[in-house]
Design a protein around this ligand. Structure first.
Ligand code: MN
Ligand code: MN
Length: 291
């Protein structure tokens, strides 16, 4: 049987050609492509201590992998700030090569890895090695000693590490995170027992407490503008001692509010957010899952 002037086989071909045309042209501006992870500004949520290159104890040091404020008198950072998304991830091996930071001016207290040797404290990363393994250079950058603080081994290897792992788990669930971390106070307890004020012949201060803030957002653009009162913000404040994990304590047991950390450190976190948003999110203590 004939349909107009075409054979059945010709109609079948015309159908498939039209279907292909509609499908291909329809894809060109498809609005429901999933958003892809990008590398964003490590300091997008603000400079917590208004660090500048004019102040040796609040010295702004920026590299593509993270931004920090260096405290020359303490020999450690006041804080380190970085962005985490799968765009920073890859398969570069762990460098494990701790080294002096070449971005510090020559007249500074330039801490070498050997100052930590036999101190009873770990060389504890702020921006973790595993958050920066896209390239060899990215990973190596996390081993500059300005990104390292003397951290009690049980803190670094157990409680703190579990939070680092959890932040990457949130990343793999489709999120990007803005993380700020540091220490405050002086005097920690490492493998040698007692309370240690400084290591490296007095050149490196041992923090009494270690803290971290993580802002968790679904992958997207214009990140600070997407923060609302329902945005998950994890803040923790833990003792820099080997007893941190005693009585089966986990990182989740050390959750505090951002306001608590602002009071403890004197810094203003998330300062790019409008005051009304800051007051809405900084008083909360996270109650979400911990693994
Ligand atoms: Mn660590
Ligand atoms: Mn604030």
């Amino acid at each position: 049987m004939k349909f107009l002037f075409y054979q059945k086989s010709q109609l079948r071909i015309i159908f498939w050609v039209m279907l292909a045309f509609v499908t291909l042209t329809g894809c060109k501006d498809d609005p429901i492509l999933p958003p892809s992870a990008t590398r964003d500004n490590n300091l997008a949520f603000g400079n917590p201590s208004r660090a500048t290159t004019a102040d040796m104890n609040n010295y702004l040091l920026s590299r593509s992998q993270y931004t920090l404020s260096y405290n020359n008198a303490k020999g450690i950072a006041n804080w380190v700030s970085w962005h985490l998304s799968t765009a920073w991830k890859g398969s570069a091996p762990r460098s494990n090569s701790f080294r002096t930071d070449p971005l510090l001016p020559a007249n500074f207290n330039i801490v070498s890895s050997s100052r930590y040797t036999n101190s009873g404290f770990d060389r504890g990363h702020m921006c973790p090695s595993d958050d920066r393994d896209s390239t060899t250079d990215d990973n190596q950058a996390t081993f500059y000693m300005t990104n390292i603080i003397p951290q009690a081994p049980n803190n670094n290897q157990i409680t703190w590490k579990a939070l680092e792992d959890y932040c990457r788990a949130l990343m793999y669930q489709g999120n990007e995170l803005y993380i700020i971390a540091g220490g405050y106070g002086q005097g920690g307890t490492g493998d040698l027992g007692g309370v240690t004020q400084t290591i490296g012949n007095g050149t490196v201060s041992v923090p009494q407490r270690v803290w971290k803030i993580a802002v968790v957002l679904p992958i997207g653009a214009n990140d600070p503008s997407r923060v609302s009162t329902t945005t998950r913000i994890i803040a923790v404040d833990m003792p820099n001692t080997n007893a941190v994990n005693a009585a089966n304590k986990k990182w989740g047991d050390y959750r505090v509010s951002v306001d608590d950390l602002e009071a403890a450190t004197g810094f203003d976190f998330l300062s790019v957010l409008p005051a009304s948003i800051q007051s809405g999110v900084e008083g909360r203590v996270d109650t979400g899952p911990t693994q």
